[in-house]
Structures are given as C-alpha cells and as structure tokens.
Design a protein around this ligand. Structure first.
Ligand SMILES: Cc1ncc(COP(=O)(O)O)c(C=O)c1O
Length: 431
C-alpha cells in the first residue's frame, strides 16, 4: 500500500511542506494577500500584462466567440483559427518559420525533449535546468550527461566522449532561479562543431530580453542558429501555455511526435487570445522591456546597497541565496509582515545549501517601492540572523544524503561538484 499520510508526514519532517497563500483579485505589482495589500515580488507576470485591460478583453471576447475549451487535441478537432493566428505571430516574433502551441510550458519542454531524443542518444543538460527539462530527459530514456552549470569546457569534454552519437544539448537561456544567462554563443558553436541539436528554453527570456523582448537568443542574433526554441505564454505574456519555434520540418515533426501535443486537449481559446493580445501589446510597446530592465536595475542596486550578493544575475530574476531553507522561509515571513511578498525557494526546487529568496521584478513596479523593498529585505534578513554581507558556503551541500537529480553517465570524474535541482521523491527515499 502506498501510505499517503506517512509520505505527507515525511515531507513535513523534512521541512518540505508547502503552504498555499491566497491572493484576492488580479495579479498586479501589488496584490491583496490574506486581506492585506502587499508588494508582489514573486510573480513571473514580468510585464504586468496578465491584468492589462486589452488582454482581459481579448480573453473575454474569445470565450464568447470560440467558447472556453478547445474540446479536443490539436491533431483531432482542437485546432481553431485562434491557435493558428497566434502560432503565425509567435513564429514571426521568434524569427523562425513555424511555431507550435502547447497546453503549458512544462508540456512543451518535456514533450519536445522526449520527441527529439531516443534510447541510445545522449542529452547534454545544464545542471541548473528546470524540472520540466529534466523530466523531458527522463521521458526520452536517452542517456543524460549533466554538465556543470554554464560550463562549456565540461560540455565540450562530454561531447567529445559522445562523438558519433545522436545528441541534443538542452539549456535554459535565462535560468529561472539564478537569473543568469547561459553562454549561448559558445553553446551554438559547440553544437555546430559537434553536429548535435540544440534546444534553448526561453521561458524567462520571452518578452523580457533582447530587442522588443524577443528573447536572449535574439539579443545575440542567434535565434536562427538553434534547432528548437521553447517560449512561454504564462510569464511575460501574462496568459497560460507554452510554444515551440523552429523550422517548418521540425515543427511538423514535433506535432506528429510530441506526445504532450498529441495526447492533450488544445490550449483554451481565451488563454490563446489573451496571449495574442499581449504579444500585440509588446510589439506596439517595446518600451515595456526597457521599463522591466530599469526596474530590475533599481532593485538590484538597492539590494547591493544592503550588502546582498546576487550572484551572476543580470536580469529581472534576483536570487538571495541564504543556504538554509528555514532561514529562507523565515526571511520571507518577516518580509511579508512588512508588506513585501517574496517567495522562498527550498528543496525540492534546490538543494538545502542553495535555499534562497527568489525575487522577480515587474515592469509595473515603481522605483521608490523597489528601493523601499530592498531596505525591508535587508532589515528582515538581519533580524532573521542572516548578514547580507557575510558569504554563504555554496560548494558544500549540507545534507549528507543529498543525491543530484541527474548524474553524468559518461564518466564519474565529472560528477557535479555541487548540487543541482532534484525531486522530493529522491530526498524522501534517501531520508
Ligand atoms: C524554465 C521553465 N520552464 C517551464 C516552466 C513551466 O511553465 P508552465 O507553468 O507554463 O508550465 C517554468 C515555470 O516556472 C520554468 O521556469
């Protein structure tokens, strides 16, 4: 018998119990949380479009025109004109021939990797990749080589070992928990040199980086140098869903091979129309991206004045790594009591030694409230016993039973030196 109560207790004992916080009203730079207005610093609605009147109207009109649900898979009767229209706009926005919508970004990531890599192939996956990419690697049943975060030398070594085998490199462009950017130019060069496929997940870069928010690849002029781009409708575009962009043949293949596209109901028309309206707004108002960049720079400067080390983040995602899950939770509770809603990132999203407060800026935040939030965060961190100016030992995971989520298979010498994302089942089993 699978003992659910026991498993829940196990999670509680490991400090992995998650509390749901209830937001009333729409998602904006401020929300009402438990009846109290707070500054929202943990939403991926980076451009504030989830709540934009034109986006809301487009979604409401779509519900009246096409109904609420698509009623069937894309490959049956679920492809409606609104899906096709958004796909055409997304392909043009991404600088690629074709695009394909998925019900969620997670479905896109997991389904596409599993469609591209097969048993016997090798997937090269950045150590800090998001869970959806990791799950795609697992689903593919290919051999997985996890290279150290952003380490192209390590990757090159692995690619040389796998010479002659079919392979795929998988990376986020902006990493969701650190806010740093992958070495995209080097990755493109390596993929071309070794004649392997390259998939770049732009979840946190769609709408936030590059000219007009076209993504991190576009910032470097690389959008047509990769095989597959995955983008999000649920973050800067304020709606829900994911998409994949690439050349026509690739997209035709994915429509026929990605099980998450074939065996799932097509995205709902209101979400698709909402994303389409958001995309139009972004194209009309590219200054939104500059506003986000400025807001991020303001919060970054405020936090640095408080002494926080924000690692290599140069984007709108700012990590305060405190190295202890309880401390991260405590800092967020104290911040909330002072009107700042930040989210602790604790296992299983990261190992305990990497526990952090992840801050996400929105274009609609005002500079003065971000500066005030930085001061609050400095004060509550110190009150919780964390000195922002003191460094945290990042290299030594503090849990002896820690198991990385993915392990390099090609050579044991290249075990990651420190922890990567992992699953609670892994910890639960280790405990
Ligand atoms: C890198 C990355 N990929 C995929 C997802 C999942 O996106 P969705 O919520 O649209 O499924 C997330 C969510 O935060 C993410 O950060």
């Amino acid at each position: 018998m699978i003992e659910i109560e026991a498993r829940l207790s196990e999670l509680r004992a490991m400090g992995l119990w998650r509390r749901i916080r209830l937001v009333s009203g729409p998602q904006g730079p401020h929300v009402v949380l438990d009846g109290k207005p707070v500054l929202l610093l943990c939403s991926d609605n980076y451009l504030g479009l989830a709540n934009h009147p034109r986006v809301r109207e487009a979604a409401a009109d779509a519900a009246m025109r096409w109904g609420v649900g698509a009623g069937a898979s894309r490959v049956a009767s679920g492809t409606m004109t609104v899906h096709r229209r958004l796909e055409e706009r997304l392909a043009a926005f991404s600088g690629r021939e074709s695009a394909l919508l998925f019900g969620s970004h997670l479905e896109a990531s997991a389904g596409v990797i599993a469609a591209l890599a097969r048993p016997g192939d090798v997937v090269f996956s950045d150590q800090d990749n998001h869970a959806s990419l990791i799950d795609g690697c697992r689903l593919s049943r290919a051999e997985v080589f996890v290279y150290d975060h952003g380490d192209t030398e390590h990757l090159a070594w692995g690619l040389a070992q796998a010479q002659g085998r079919s392979a795929l490199i998988v990376t986020e462009s902006v990493f969701s928990l650190d806010g740093d950017v992958a070495p995209l130019e080097d990755l493109v060069e390596l993929a071309q040199h070794h004649r392997v496929r390259l998939l770049v997940d732009e979840a946190h870069a769609t709408g936030t980086l590059g000219p007009g928010g076209r993504g991190a690849l576009a910032e470097y002029g690389l959008e047509d140098q990769v095989d597959v781009i995955i983008g999000s409708l649920g973050k800067a575009l304020g709606s829900h869903g994911g998409f994949v962009a690439g050349d026509r043949v690739m997209i035709q293949y994915l429509l026929n091979a990605a099980r998450t596209a074939i065996f799932s109901t097509a995205p709902p028309p209101p979400a698709v129309a909402g994303a389409l309206a958001a995309l139009c707004l972004l194209e009309e108002r590219p200054r939104l991206v500059d506003k986000l960049r400025l807001a991020a720079a303001t919060l970054r400067a405020g936090l640095q004045d408080e002494g926080f080390d924000l690692r290599a983040s140069g984007t709108h995602v700012l990590p305060i790594v405190v190295g202890d899950p309880e401390l991260a939770v405590r800092i967020c509770e104290l911040a909330l009591a002072r009107g700042v809603f930040a989210h602790p990132i604790v296992p299983p999203a990261v190992p305990a030694a990497e526990a952090r407060v992840r801050l996400a800026v929105m274009a609609s935040h005002r500079a003065e409230e971000l500066r005030a939030a930085a001061v609050v965060l400095g004060a509550v961190a110190r009150a919780a016993g964390f000195d922002p100016r003191a460094s945290v030992a990042f290299d030594e995971p503090d849990e002896p039973d820690y198991q990385p989520d993915q392990e390099p298979q090609l050579d044991e010498r290249y075990q990651p030196a420190h922890a990567g994302p992992f699953d609670y089942e892994r910890i639960a089993h280790a405990a």
